[in-house]
Design a protein around this ligand. Structure first.
Ligand code: NAI
Length: 244
């Protein structure tokens, strides 16, 4: 087994499904002690059990990133059982309704904002306070935060804000030896794509295919590793070239 992240304590929000689940799997495979924090506690438990079934370390805690108290509790749980946190992956996110701005609803903006942006803010704030010896924070943004995205108004706006928040956090937390980076995936094969027409998506992607969750997870492993010791405030795309 590769042990680049041996014993590192990693909390992955939204780790029960899709990209977060692949991140949890990849970190555990590198020797990390993974805690899956998901609002869907049963799915989180299933994902953790799959990892422990392979002889690796994982467990699940309930975490609703829209509620600051829930993020505080999840991180307190990690501190109580693991001592501290080394890696925080702010991955939980929702797509919101597909609608042009002229028909976009305020409720949808509030819902998307609560998960995708407030949730990342809570994750950064409380994870940093649980990293007395330094650490690493990875935020999962999106290429939708780098450019306009028709029908994804609130989603794109929150992801652009996550990119900006990442850069501010990198500046503020550097003195505490906490590196903060963001990953911008393009279209990745997860349940989030279920309402979209896949053939149309593929036609837009220079590499001619939708990405796999494990291809995002590989970047998280890199950012968490010693190979990325000088990398902070970076925004890394993994998108098959679509935002080139
Ligand atoms: P997914 O829908 O497969 O998984 C999202 C997970 O987040 C689920 O387990 C869900 O229960 C959890 N979650 C939702 N609300 C939550 C909350 N309030 N608190 C805690 N957990 C919550 O989605 P996917 O595709 O894996 O997305 C993961 C991240 O990747 C999101 O931030 C998404 O915006 C981002 N992303 C996804 C892309 C894609 O094409 N699938 C492209 C670019 C970015």
């Amino acid at each position: 087994m590769n042990t680049e992240l041996d014993g590192k304590r990693a909390l992955v929000t939204g780790g029960a499904s899709g990209i977060g689940r692949a991140i949890a799997n990849a970190l555990a495979a590198e020797g990390a002690r993974v805690i899956i924090g998901d609002v869907d506690a049963a799915a989180g438990q299933t994902a953790a059990t799959e990892i422990t079934g392979r002889g690796l370390h994982a467990r699940a805690v309930h975490c609703d990133v829209t509620k600051e108290s829930s993020v505080v509790d999840a991180i307190a749980n990690v501190r109580a059982t693991e001592g501290a946190l080394d890696l925080m992956v702010n991955n939980a996110g929702i797509g919101g309704a597909l609608a042009p701005l002229t028909r976009s609803q305020a409720d949808d903006w509030d819902r998307v904002y609560a998960v995708n942006l407030r949730g990342v803010f809570f994750g950064i704030k409380h994870a940093a306070n649980a990293m007395p010896d330094g650490g690493c924070i990875v935020n999962i943004a999106s290429i939708a935060g780098l450019r306009g995205s028709s029908l994804l108004g609130p989603y794109g706006a929150t992801k652009a804000a996550v990119i900006q928040l990442t850069q501010t956090a990198a500046l503020e937390l550097a003195k505490q030896h906490i590196r903060v980076n963001a990953i911008c995936p393009g279209w990745i094969d997860t349940p989030m794509l279920q309402d979209l027409e896949r053939a149309r998506l593929v036609r837009q992607i220079p590499l001619g295919r939708i990405g796999e969750p494990a291809e995002v997870a590989g970047l998280v492993v890199y950012l968490a590793s010693s190979a990325a010791a000088f990398v902070t405030g970076s925004i890394l795309r993994v998108d098959g070239g679509i935002a080139s």
